[in-house]
Design a protein around this ligand. Sequence first.
Ligand SMILES: NC(=O)c1ccc[n+]([C@@H]2O[C@H](COP(=O)([O-])OP(=O)(O)OC[C@H]3O[C@@H](n4cnc5c(N)ncnc54)[C@H](OP(=O)(O)O)[C@@H]3O)[C@@H](O)[C@H]2O)c1
Length: 243
Amino acid sequence: MDTLNALVIGGNGAIGAALIRQYQRWAQENDQGLQVYATYNRQRPQASAGVQWLQLDLRDLAAIKGLAEWLQDIDALHHWVCCSGYLHGDFGSPEKALKDLQGDKLLDDLAVNSVGPLAAFQASIVALRRAQFAKVAFLSAQVGSIDDNRSGGWYGYRMSKAALNMGIRCAAIECARWRRPPVIVALHPGTTTSALSQPFTARRNPPPQSADQCAQDLLQRMLALTVAETGTFQRLNGSAIPW
Ligand SMILES: NC(=O)c1ccc[n+]([C@@H]2O[C@H](COP(=O)([O-])OP(=O)(O)OC[C@H]3O[C@@H](n4cnc5c(N)ncnc54)[C@H](OP(=O)(O)O)[C@@H]3O)[C@@H](O)[C@H]2O)c1
């Protein structure tokens, strides 16, 4: 492959930004051409050679349609990774109990964590279909596993990741019918130091893995993915997580 084209949604987050650095390092070490397309939401990252940025709020479905236009001149999109996600912030914190549930907050969780990522994938399909073998990964979360939920709580985050997972599974089944089928997976990155995890991990000793460590494993997973793995929910070491 002459140039690997990779799209990173949420390229300004801890894991997303570290993933872009990993792609750049890997391309340099392997003398591989690389073009990164990345989205950010609030703050435009500093310019970096080989990275094109697009502002995208995943709650803005009209803007997500513009993603298709932005990608229309790409020969083929080879890697697609969604690194965006919302756990706490402007719309509130994770709910501990039923009494904490608020409809607006739940709808925001669903907009950012489920509807937006799937709509961004939909807007990328034409570019992905041009690739010989497209690889698609959505960062989900193990707490989005219904089977694995033993402690409850975090209603909005769990519900929105579970909804995302169902969208991923549907997309994997549908896109397996493409003439050149892609691999589409849900990945749990593992607990990682970031703004998203900070309030819940600040006192952990030892601290969780760094975003750079996570991104190194994430890139290796992307490179190793095979078509047979499509429609699975995995950790970064490739082990399966129950849906
Ligand atoms: N860190 C962990 O321990 C952990 C564990 C399990 C799963 N995950 C998942 O891993 C992914 C990456 O998380 P992270 O740890 O790297 O968190 P992070 O540093 O907080 O990054 C989150 C990213 O999501 C973007 N985002 C939030 N709201 C958005 C919106 N409305 N529209 C577009 N983008 C939006 C943020 O952009 P702005 O800041 O510009 O809004 C940022 O780029 C998420 O899907 C998360 O659920 C993380």
